[in-house]
Design a protein around this ligand. Sequence first.
Ligand SMILES: Nc1ncnc2c1ncn2[C@@H]1O[C@H](COP(=O)(O)OP(=O)(O)OP(=O)(O)O)[C@@H](O)[C@H]1O
Ligand SMILES: [Mg+2]
Length: 265
Amino acid sequence: MAIAIEFSHIRKSYGDTVIIPDLNLQIEKGEFVTIVGSSGCGKTTALKMINGLYEPTSGDIFVNGENIKNIDMIRLRRSIGYAIQGSVLFPNMTVEENISYVPSLWNKNDKEKTKKAVDKWMEVIGLDSSMKDRYPSELSGGQQQRVGIARALAASPDILLMDEPFGAVDAITREQLQNELKSLHKKTGITILFVTHDIEEALKLGTKVLVLDKGEIEQYDKPSEIVQNPATDFVKKLVEKQRRACNLPDERLRECEYCGAYMLS
Ligand SMILES: Nc1ncnc2c1ncn2[C@@H]1O[C@H](COP(=O)(O)OP(=O)(O)OP(=O)(O)O)[C@@H](O)[C@H]1O
Ligand SMILES: [Mg+2]
């Protein structure tokens, strides 16, 4: 299986404070990796090192087999989609201009091609085309997040980094976005790294779940393994919390979508 991203002896420190001591990980192409761990454990730092926004203190990162030290930063960032929590849209550009920002750089002489790309991604992510001419300030938070995701996808990346992208939306919109992203992943087969604070979301979306604590890997496994065979006490506690989040007594755990599927299967 081809490797999309590899961390090899990655260390990241700020002054004397070590955030990530020695990260070694290979992520296969087409995997949907959800990343969970306590606040401050280094999730955002790990993502930002992949697209060169942060530089590791030492070690190497490979993207599609190429050491990113040897890749031109602009080329690297254009090939990796990046969607983060909250609005990171250009406020003075319309929805259409925001989404077409990267494709229009490539299709300078083919405006029609860019237009088609915008239509396609707006549809995929569930945005009505009537919103094209609106400015970010004229959209709801959830709509802004969709535009942010459409913009990341419009660059046709084969790797998509998402840092708590559904943080600021209500439960129903969040579920819609989760389902859209999941089916998009199935359709396109892109590699996704998705940071979340929500273990339920991590288990639902991930083909693999990466549990980090203090910059170290606690477990990197399929959701069912994470739940059935937690590798450490940290993972056990995380899963236990999820198991108990439904508040059902033991004899009724089967009625919970997650406890039932993962704890008792
Ligand atoms: N520029 C910086 N200088 C010093 N320390 C930093 C800097 N950026 C991040 N840190 C520290 O590095 C650690 C990891 O930060 P990071 O943003 O990766 O955490 P995280 O896992 O994404 O947390 P959260 O879940 O809260 O988003 C934190 O303790 C943070 O305070
Ligand atoms: Mg973070």
